[in-house]
Design a binder for this molecule. Structure first.
Ligand SMILES: Nc1ncnc2c1ncn2[C@@H]1O[C@H](COP(=O)(O)OP(=O)(O)OP(=O)(O)O)[C@@H](O)[C@H]1O
Length: 347
């Protein structure tokens, strides 16, 4: 089902946890809520779930106003970071829980519940494990069961709060690929919270970047990565180098070196150029900024350099792909660098 948030606000004492958030999620979309700690991700998810009332604003499920509906009436599926499986119930009983606890009139019969549980066990690729107890499962298996339990009720929307946050890095990567395939299969409208940009970019159809309770940017992973709307998004979404300079006549100059890099606007102002480590090239003298190598590391065809540019407050990091016979610049030497793909944000 589609979901619409209109000017949702929630304050705690003097903190605006959510500050007029507008968001439309299409039916079947997989949306990531991405942001650093304290940016409002969990608060937003809890408002959608009905675990928390907003101070103002409206929430629509399809055309229906759900703002005042209870958690149960909203029929959402929820998965938390720490598996909240019932320890004294088997895997199958855990998955059946939401259906069994429905009021009698809406409760499927025993055979229908057993069939649904078996379908879900197959869907999460644990068809044989229905009789086990949660403590007999790995962390990744527990989270898959938690997902099956959330899906059992055919939720209007599936809400995942850092579902893989407690798992180790390798399992995390496997599970997020699995979740992507599962989503393609079920087409379930899903919102998931993460502070891991890689996870958001790899999994989501669209990413919502939050900052201090406000939406900073909404876009596809490619839009967010290639065209970050602000320095904040650029910095948060991947490794970033910052070069401080001046714009004048539509070009950027750094420490008096005219880099002949076109930038928007012709007025003179201080500006920061943001560039990823793999988007800087080594060029000949006179074609770029002089920089001193302070560390240099080579692993097969990959060269990592740390450089200092005079007058800049932060060193630059470069990731270069070298031909096998290329010479690795030595520490202490001077090289010339030129940003290839970059964004300029005014101060
Ligand atoms: N129950 C509460 N009482 C007071 N302040 C709260 C409460 N819950 C959240 N906040 C504040 O609201 C803001 C948003 O919190 P929220 O938990 O939504 O952030 P988050 O992005 O999910 O962070 P994290 O990644 O650390 O979970 C923070 O400043 C937080 O301190």
């Amino acid at each position: 089902m589609d979901l619409h948030l209109k000017a949702i606000a929630k304050r705690y004492a003097n903190v605006a946890a959510l500050d007029s958030v507008d968001l439309d999620v299409a039916s079947g979309e997989l949306v990531a809520l991405l942001g650093p700690s304290g940016s409002g991700k969990t608060t937003l998810l809890r408002v959608i779930a009905g675990l928390l009332q907003p101070d103002s604003g409206r929430l629509l499920f399809g055309e229906h106003d759900a703002t005042r509906l209870s958690l149960r009436e909203r029929n959402v599926g929820f998965v938390f970071q720490h598996y909240a499986l019932f320890k004294h119930m088997t895997v199958a009983e855990n998955i059946a829980f939401g259906l069994r606890s429905r009021p009698r009139a809406r409760r499927p019969d025993k055979a229908a519940i057993a069939k649904r549980v078996q379908e879900l066990l197959s869907l999460i690729q644990l068809p044989e494990l229905g009789a086990r107890y949660p403590e007999q499962l790995s962390g990744g298996q527990k989270q898959r069961v938690a997902l099956a339990r959330a899906l059992a009720i055919d939720p209007t929307v599936l809400l995942l709060d850092e579902p893989f946050g407690a798992l180790d890095a390798k399992v995390r990567v496997e599970l997020r690929r699995w979740l992507r395939r599962l989503h393609e299969h079920t087409g379930q409208t899903t919102l998931f919270v993460t502070h891991d940009q890689e996870e958001a970019l790899e999994l989501a159809d669209r990413v919502v970047v939050l900052k201090d309770g406000r939406i900073e940017q909404i876009g596809t992973p490619d839009e967010i990565y290639s065209a970050p709307a602000s320095a904040y998004v650029f910095d948060f979404i991947g490794r970033a180098n910052v070069i401080e300079g001046q714009t004048e006549g539509g070009e950027l100059s750094v420490n008096g070196h005219a880099l002949r890099l076109p930038v928007d606007g012709s007025s003179r102002s201080r500006a920061r150029l943001y560039v990823r480590p793999h988007d800087i090239a080594l060029v000949g003298e006179g074609e770029g900024l002089p920089a001193r190598v302070i560390s240099s590391h080579r692993l097969a065809e990959r060269i990592t350099l740390e450089l200092v540019v005079e007058g800049q407050s932060r060193p630059l990091e470069l990731d270069l792909v070298a031909t096998p016979d290329a010479v690795t610049p030595a520490s202490g030497s001077t090289v010339h660098v030129r940003p290839l793909r970059y964004r300029v944000y005014s101060d």
